[in-house]
Ligand binder design. Structure first.
Ligand SMILES: [Zn+2]
Length: 377
């Protein structure tokens, strides 16, 4: 993919075109050669520091580029006030932005937003659904290309951009072959947007607000864990896969990875746990304080309850079904396709009714995976 993009880039530059990158897909858009009027461009890389819970309880401060994040070029040509001139997203792999206007600018700056196209956003509050913004340094008398270097998200806002960047890893694995939306239930231009509410002054959160706003609410430090972000996104994704439907969940407060809750709780929480681990390519849950809990389990694992009312038993079964070399072909794509057509109230229905309907195995390796996690049907 990278090689194709590089060669396309070279070829297109020769013909005076630019590349527009949309959420990882690269397409070429021809532009008028800049001969009559010079362009004014601000370029750079958007990055943020974050406390890395996935690295352990010390949560080391790490720097990450912010990928597919919205930017706007603001500026003025004369002595008036700055207006929004154009918009785009940072690079899907490198967080770079190239914000250009045809003609020179008396003043120019880049405004960054805590959102990605109209597919996901981080807003300030349930009753103030504006995303966070901040501006780069203002430059005057801009003509030609001015490199702003690495632009850092202000430290007070960095967790908002961590959510924006982290949601990419789920979006890229969403296994929707028919549209740019989160699921194949929707077609291009009619996508539902996932909204996260995060306020650095509000400690409460860590839930998906169904069936009210259907927003995810995160407390102040919760974005430190990518697993937590993606677990909550996983609840929203299941609701989307079911066409804005969701199992009736009971007996779910509280719920623990290794303990009995209920069939419906273990199914929905186990699925959300599996979404986070699958998106990140591991086999655990990480809390926002940096502690983590492995999903490795069998009949002899100390402290674990048995059966399909235990979310860790369900989540680990799903991950093993989707694992490389596993019975589902090495990924979750066939389960995503299944869920787009079949609603499952619990894991038993998913496994015993909906997998056969979708042509997925329930015997042999699949049966042994469940048995290894103390689930027998
Ligand atoms: Zn949950």
């Amino acid at each position: 993919m990278q090689l194709i993009r590089r060669s396309a880039n070279r070829r297109l530059r020769a013909f005076g075109a630019v590349l527009i990158t949309t959420l990882g897909l690269t397409t070429a858009v021809a532009v008028t050669p800049a001969t009559a009027a010079a362009s004014a461009c601000l370029t750079g890389t958007l990055a943020f520091d974050h406390l890395d819970a996935e690295a352990g309880t010390s949560k080391p401060l790490r720097t990450q580029v912010a990928r597919n994040a919205n930017w706007e070029l603001w500026g003025r040509t004369g002595s008036g006030t700055a207006t929004r001139l154009t918009a785009g997203i940072t690079g899907a792999s490198d967080g770079r932005f190239t914000a250009c206007h045809t003609g020179s600018l008396a003043e120019a700056y880049v405004r960054f937003r805590s959102s990605s196209t109209s597919m996901w956003r981080v807003v300030k509050a349930a009753n103030n659904t504006t995303d966070y913004t901040f501006d780069s340094a203002r430059r005057t008398n801009v003509s030609g290309t001015l490199d702003l270097g690495t632009v850092k998200v202000p430290s007070t806002l960095q967790r908002a951009w961590k959510v924006v960047d982290t949601l990419n890893v789920l979006y890229w694995k969403r296994a929707n072959p028919s549209s740019s939306c989160w699921t194949a239930r929707q077609s291009d231009g009619r996508c539902d947007q996932i909204t996260f509410v995060w306020d650095p002054k509000v400690a409460d959160g860590g839930y998906w607000d169904y069936p009210n706003t259907n927003y995810v609410f995160l407390g102040a430090t919760m974005p430190d864990s990518k697993h937590l972000i993606l677990h909550e996104a996983g609840h929203w994704l299941q609701w989307q896969l079911y066409g804005r439907g969701f199992p009736v969940v009971e007996g779910c407060n509280p719920h623990y990875i290794e303990k009995h809750s209920s069939e419906s709780c273990a199914w929905t929480e186990g699925f959300a746990d599996a979404v986070a681990a699958y998106a990140l390519g591991d086999y655990r849950y990480v809390y926002d304080n940096g502690s983590s809990y492995s999903f490795e389990n069998d009949a002899s694992t100390p402290g674990w309850d048995d059966g399909d009312t235990v979310q860790g038993r369900v989540g680990s079964s799903l991950l093993d079904l989707w694992a490389p070399g596993g019975p589902d072909g090495g990924n979750w794509n066939r389960t995503i396709a299944l869920m787009t057509r079949h609603f499952s109230q619990d894991f038993r229905e998913y496994f015993t009714e909906d997998r056969p309907a979708a042509g997925l195995s329930t015997t042999g390796a699949a049966e042994r995976i469940l048995a290894g996690h103390t689930i027998w049907y």
